[in-house]
Design a protein around this ligand. Structure first.
Ligand SMILES: Cc1ncc(COP(=O)(O)O)c(C=O)c1O
Length: 377
């Protein structure tokens, strides 16, 4: 039989709809969504405000990147006002991989160096450059230019050593950029100590290495702050965003770079994205940011995160911030077992992860905790 749609593995679930914190499967079965597409649906599925923005949009079907479009400026201003100061500017992208690619390009244009420092086995996207950063599928898509990437080991018990190694690598070699998620969601939600990022940032400043925070999952209130880097008292040189930038209502991303670093890209055709910040996507992102602000989702994430963490701590060791939580599980089939019981969670090796919508109700958290408790061993 012809396979019209290629898949690398069988579909987890047939989805027919989604509302608030639930995904609806075949035959109307409801699943409590504590994954939200790996941290996409911060504002909840079927959000009336964002849907209204889409429905009432009456602007141009398309604007080519080389034109001026006022709503681009409005969105860029909204983003920059969320940064530590106003000396940042935005590059338009369609998603996370493209945002990270742009961040790497900006870094190269800025200091003309070759090496990147990233966490081994982490995740920053599916392009060859993003995969090379972390060694993803080296056996299938390699060889990568190995001597252009220094890969760190993230281990919650060895941060002192990791800090020393990272600082040494940055100070000794000709490193173009350091890149990491502030809270490493793609390794099972690992929270580095404040001293790690502070020391690494100091080394970057000393050597002219670009410090990139990949906020594709951790952005827009996920961790109980607008952005994950705020937990560490650092000022990144470049921030990459996507996913919850639109809460899933459109494909949109951005690299937000310090203006003096962004200057290095001021040459013809340094970056181009036909669909980066498509007019309809811009409307969804603006509506989403306004919704997050108006409904205090960042605070709600912090509060609900505290509650969920306390409940989980009664039978496991949760790690994370806000509604970005990971914990170890002895059951390799925890994700599948929870799904059978009507709960969608994420899993990376022996760690389960929770990224529910930020307006999750207490009774929904209690229900999820019950299912997790049943399936954790
Ligand atoms: C931290 C991080 N960076 C980048 C990406 C790539 O984003 P996208 O799938 O939108 O290309 C992801 C996707 O999961 C991610 O988690």
């Amino acid at each position: 039989m012809a396979e019209y749609l290629f898949r690398d593995s069988p579909a987890l679930l047939e989805v027919t709809g989604a509302k608030s914190s639930c995904v609806i499967g075949k035959n109307g079965k409801k699943y409590l969504d504590f994954n939200t597409g790996w941290g996409i649906g911060n504002s909840g599925w079927s959000n009336a405000s964002i849907k209204l923005a889409i429905k009432s949009f009456n602007g141009p079907a398309y604007v080519a990147p080389y034109y001026y479009y006022a709503r681009w400026e409005e969105l860029a201003k909204k983003l920059v006002l969320l940064m530590p100061n106003r000396n940042y500017s935005c590059f338009r992208a369609t998603g996370g991989t493209e945002a990270v690619e742009i961040a790497l390009k900006i870094s190269k244009a800025f200091n003309k160096r070759e090496k990147f420092v990233a966490f081994d086995n982490a995740y920053h996207g599916q392009s060859l450059a993003c995969m090379a950063l972390v060694g993803l599928h080296k056996d299938k898509f390699g060889p990568y230019a190995e001597n252009s990437c220094i890969r760190l080991q993230a281990s919650s018990s060895e941060w002192e050593q990791t800090t020393l190694q990272t600082v040494e690598a940055i100070e000794k070699s000709d490193v173009c950029a350091f890149i990491s998620e502030p809270i490493i969601c793609n390794l099972g939600v690992i929270v580095p100590p404040i001293s790690f990022f502070k020391e690494v940032k100091k080394a970057c400043e000393k050597t002219g290495t670009v410090f990139i925070m990949d906020e594709v999952i951790t952005g827009f209130g996920r961790t109980g702050k607008w952005f994950g880097f705020e937990h560490f008292g650092i000022e990144p040189d470049i921030i990459t965003i996507a996913k919850a930038f639109s809460s899933g209502y459109s494909a949109i991303g951005a690299a937000i770079a310090k203006a003096k670093i962004a200057e290095a890209m001021r040459f013809d055709f340094s970056n181009y994205s036909s669909f980066g910040w498509h007019p309809l996507s811009v409307e969804t992102a603006i509506a989403n940011i306004d919704y997050v602000k108006k409904n205090c989702l960042v605070k709600k994430s912090e509060k609900s995160g505290e509650f969920l963490t306390e409940e989980l701590a009664k039978f496991c060791k949760p790690e994370g911030k806000g509604l970005c939580i990971g914990f170890e599980s002895k059951n390799p089939g925890i994700k599948k077992n929870c799904l059978k019981d009507g709960l969608i969670i994420a899993q990376f090796e022996n760690r389960a992860m929770l990224f529910p919508p930020l307006e999750i109700e207490k009774n929904e958290m209690n229900k999820a905790v019950k299912i997790i408790k049943k399936n954790i061993c």
